[in-house]
Design a binder for this molecule. Structure first.
Ligand SMILES: Nc1ncnc2c1ncn2[C@@H]1O[C@H](COP(=O)(O)OP(=O)(O)OP(=O)(O)O)[C@@H](O)[C@H]1O
Length: 467
């Protein structure tokens, strides 16, 4: 049996924009037959294949060629050379309000947008109520589009675009301007679309969005596919690209990464994890203790994981860990146990505006918790060359069962420059969450009670009947 046709297939896709010094130059070029332009190559030679039903994320720095690629796939921009096969009805949300007229009302713009998307008037008439409902803009739908906030424009653009039930949906950052609740609604709709077998191509600079929603991701760099593979390793690689060494040193062009294999957590330390004792409960979170410079070598713990490391080098993390009350590594943490996250940072220079942070991510790369001295104390910290700072963060593990990763490091408060940051520096497993849904994300400290009230209680306030 033949493999099903991919939704999108590109071979040697190239795009060179022409720059003319003067508006008359294109005409002179034709008349005189002599080139009067310079070329900006936006896409060099892109090969890609996207299967039906896949959600693929595209990452890349500013100017990498993402929008150019999406516009060519969407058919709004001509390619210079190469082959492109598209199988299915395509809808693209490339820029907010594209094709929408600022003086027309929201309702009129739904009509115009719908016609541009290939719907008939009858089809639009049939769908307009559900479009307005999805946008949640019924109160202002008869006001001019130009009076809408950016988020409201995003709602109308998205709601109109998705009403055609596309086979292929292309979204270029447009969702990032909507508020968080509307974004969730859109992503929920995208998941539904995927279940129906549609293909989604999503550009986002937000790596959480990529790991949460995408099956695969692709990094564009300098107009070429730098790497592609499972979403999670691609986001780690992308961080490397942004903050680490030069791309050439990290990953050869056009290579495919295998998915990150998450090793099983090591066995628990001596003593059952459920016996994990309180770690100095009264120790303040992010207690920062400057100490005399120490030369102790890093001591890898059993829960150390691997991840990208990047930073300016003004200070260096010496060691880090997730430990219990006796300072033992906790590769396995019982739900409800106290824990301490810690790291030691050796300063090579005087640093006036230090901030430190820990974040916990789940297997998909979604940050499920994070804390810095800024959120905790709203203060930056000053350190001198030669200081070794010990940073600790104590807490109670109320995450649901599963595997998690800790990202940690130090940054400058003023401009966010990373000083020494390690993605996924630690890995741990939470166990012992009985009595909650296996799909739970957190294990809230909760009890379930049922009170049977007789019909005699009717008329009493519900709260009273339940106490
Ligand atoms: N209309 C244009 N005319 C000339 N050059 C262009 C044009 N559009 C894009 N470019 C150039 O092509 C390259 C790729 O641009 P593109 O917008 O595709 O990048 P991008 O990855 O989407 O960037 P960003 O993340 O900033 O949106 C850049 O060097 C840009 O300057």
């Amino acid at each position: 049996m033949n493999a099903p046709e991919p939704a999108i297939r590109a071979r040697k896709l190239r795009k060179a924009y022409r720059h003319y010094a003067s508006p008359i130059d294109p005409l002179l070029e034709i008349v005189r037959g002599v080139p009067r332009h310079t070329e900006q190559v936006a896409l060099r030679s892109i090969d890609l294949e996207i299967k039906r039903g896949e959600i693929v994320g595209i990452l890349g720095r500013n100017g990498a060629g993402k929008s150019t690629l999406l516009k060519i796939i969407a058919g709004t921009l001509e390619r210079t050379s190469g082959d492109l096969d598209i199988n299915g009805r395509i809808t693209a949300i490339l820029e907010l309000g594209t094709g929408f007229h600022p003086d027309y009302t929201g309702r009129e713009n739904i009509f115009m947008g719908g016609l541009c998307l290939g719907m008939t008037r009858i089809e639009i008439d049939r769908k307009i109520d559900s479009i307005i409902d999805f946008s949640e803009l019924r109160d202002v739908i008869d006001q001019p589009f130009k009076t809408y906030s950016t988020g409201m424009q995003a709602r109308l653009t998205f709601s109109t675009a998705i009403s055609v039930d596309p086979d292929i949906l292309i979204v270029d950052e447009a969702l990032s301007v909507g508020d968080a609740r509307f974004q969730m609604k859109c992503f929920g709709w995208i998941q539904q679309l995927k279940k129906k077998g549609a293909t989604v191509l999503l550009v986002s600079h937000d790596t959480n969005t990529i790991t949460t929603f995408c099956d695969r991701a692709m990094i564009l760099e300098n107009g070429a596919v730098f790497a592609e593979g499972d979403a999670k390793p691609m986001t780690v690689l992308y961080h490397n690209l942004l903050f680490g060494q030069s791309p050439a040193a990290k990953q050869p062009e056009n290579t495919t990464l295998e998915s990150v294999s998450i090793p099983d957590a090591a066995p628990p330390p001596a003593g059952s994890p459920s016996e994990a004792t309180l770690v100095t409960e009264n120790t303040p979170i992010a207690a920062l203790t400057p100490q005399a410079a120490q030369t102790q070598a890093p001591s890898p713990s059993s829960s150390q994981a691997t991840g990208a490391r990047y930073g300016s080098g003004e200070a260096e993390l010496l060691d880090w860990g997730l430990v219990d009350g006796q300072d033992r590594d906790m590769p396995i943490v019982a739900s409800g146990a106290r824990f301490r996250l810690k790291m030691r940072l050796a300063c090579r220079e005087d640093i006036q505006d230090l901030s430190f942070g820990f974040a916990i991510k789940d297997r998909k790369g979604t940050v499920v918790w994070g804390k810095t001295n800024l959120t905790a104390t709203q203060q930056a910290y000053s350190a001198h060359s030669g200081d070794v700072l010990t940073v600790t963060c104590d807490g109670t593990m109320w995450l649901a069962a599963g595997d998690y990763f800790v990202t940690l490091g130090a940054a400058r408060l003023a401009d966010g420059t990373k000083i020494d940051f390690i993605e996924d520096a630690l890995q741990f497993r939470v166990v012992g969450t009985t009595g909650i849904f296996t799909t739970s994300i957190v294990n809230l400290d909760s009890t379930l009670a049922v009170v049977a009230a007789s019909t005699m209680d009717q008329g009493k306030p519900a709260a009273e009947a339940l106490t």
